[in-house]
Design a binder for this molecule. Sequence first.
Ligand code: ADP
Ligand code: MG
Length: 747
Amino acid sequence: MPADRSTPLDRLIGARSGKKFADQLGITTAGDLLDHFPRRYLARGELTPIRELPLDEDVTLVAQVVSASNRRMATRKGSITEVLVGDRPGEAQGPSTLSLTFFNGYQAAKQLTRGVIAMFSGKVGLYRGKLQLTNPIYELLDPDEFDAEAAARLAGRPIPVYPATASIPSWTIAKAVGTVLGQLGPDSLPEALPADLRLKYRLPGVHDAYRMIHEPEDDGAWRSAQRRFRYEEALVLQTALARRKAQHAALPSRPSPARRGGLLEAFDRQLPFELTRGQREVGEVLARELAENHPMNRLLQGEVGSGKTVVALRAMLQVADDGGQAALLAPTEVLAAQHYASIRATLGPLLRDGLLGASGDEGVEVALLTGSQSAGEKKRNLLAAASGQAGIVVGTHALLSEHVQFADLGLVVVDEQHRFGVEQRDALRAKSLATPHLLVMTATPIPRTVAMTVFGDLETSVLRELPAGRSPIATHTVGLVENPAWERRIWQRAREEVDAGRQVYVVCPTIGAGGGDEGDLDALDDATWGGTALAASPVAPDIQPASVAEVAEQLCGEPALEGVRIGALHGRLDTEAKASAMRAFAAGETGILVATTVIEVGVDVPNATLMVILDADRFGIAQLHQLRGRVGRGGHAGTCLLVTRLEPGHPSRERLSAVAASTDGFELAQKDLEFRREGDILGASQSGRRSTLRLLRVLRDGEVIENAREDALAVVAEDPDLDRHSELAAAIEDYLGPEREVFLERG
Ligand code: ADP
Ligand code: MG
């Protein structure tokens, strides 16, 4: 029986090999193996024989190991592996050898044993009069391919290099793939691409494409195959999103048309400032969509300080005007409390207080629900939500618990989306009969094609301008290695701010004093594509990152700061301690607040003008950008110092330079993408090989993604349930799997 995608791999390559593939690569079926694409291709053509190796140049050669030895270094700790290689068999010329030296090359010592054939790349050097390569990179090759006959057959063909493991080298994978390809039946692979689209982009069919990607005749072949799979991946993803969007848009929701002479109009009249053009435009879009009887599903992006809250509040008031309720979810208690306070303040006379009863007809009651409230408070607020008395309910995750009921939930606003997962979103939606309108807000600018891929089922709005009167933040990198004296200068500078009546944030990567990393509490940033994934990896393992506990103590003893009150804030503090640290800082009682990234999102102390970020190299670009948005909010110019103890020229310092050089969040987001491995974008919070994009790269493949999106929308418009695209539908099921489904649900 011919094989197809679902054929168990061990049936095709034997039980022992099959088990190895399953255990080490997670590959269990023929389809899994076919989808295990080469990571790159080596050109056979351009190889240099050993005797022609040029000195001081980068070379690539195929050679066979003649002998290998290992010894300890005399003067230092560690070992040296010396490998002697000779021209591969089949080369006409007589013996010529080259020596390779690996320092601490444990893997090389294990893999490069006598007889092994490999491709080596490195720079040719001279040591004691003999040519050698030091720490060359290498790829093991299949010895069988290098007998004269095989060599002739394969001459000129690119060599596929697979993601491999120590005991399954690339060429073993190539052989297994060859076996699978040889046993596939003629129509055994479903063709997910509709014929017209394949034609439109001149893409090879599925059978050809698998052959071309695994056993290419030339470079053109694998390139063309990659083009196909890239487009296929984009189309599958975009069709899934388009279908979800269409399904969601078809649900009934509670229409809340704007009411003349209502709360919203009264609110607009009393606003102490003019809305920016962007705020007005987005406002109009929201007003229109809230009036419809299908749910709004919108992502609002806007720089820190661009005024998203007012936009959201106006939408909430439109719903309240109509007798409905709106819920605002914030990622932390600090933020929820702050939103609650600032919404109440902004409402002014339009605020109705449940305790005192209505002070007039025109007004809205605002309730706050957080996990740490006293039983009595909780009960009162729960009642306000359940009875419908509260038109606006602000809260954290506590809002999602089963006990919270709403009388008539019409709108859900989620602030800083990346901190909420799908379950929470669904839980909130489940709290009303009709699907509530959804507004997701984020200050992390998202490049267009990322938004399209990650949040493809949301419509997007952007607030590009900041309200007038904002001064730009001056950002500087402070390298302590080259300028140790600057450390003192930083604290003098902080002193000057405090003396001028301003306030200072000092941000540290860790909590310290046994607190460990911010971890699961506030810095859930690993779950964001713009977050701290970078911080987790030890950039300089010998440097202990600055901690809140130690820095706070150090600053208390710092002569330049004598008499300045210093507060500390981090996620391990209990709610009351957090709130009081925040309160003291907001009230100006503490001049300096030493904190972790808890202050990253939304916290608003207009009087803060200086931010000192210690070991700034531990943070990602997007996060640094968000952090510095906390200063200079009150009309006084803001300054941000990115302090680092890394050597000048250290790669991680490039990120700091990027942040110092630009204040454009979108430009930085793009940079951020370029710096990080793309695979992290979609699957940052998951692990496992199926959670990330396969060939598609959101940065590089913007055009493919845009094309696919257009095509997908057309497909779904014409065939909403994909009845006439069953193989595409099956590809979606297959591609998404349980893990990828999660990221589709984010947002
Ligand atoms: P973010 O988008 O970061 O959530 P906020 O909504 O917190 O920004 O707004 C930041 C500050 O700017 C708030 O104090 C808010 O009152 C103020 N603000 C918002 N819109 C305007 C505007 N059009 N003109 C002046 N100030 C504004
Ligand atoms: Mg905000």
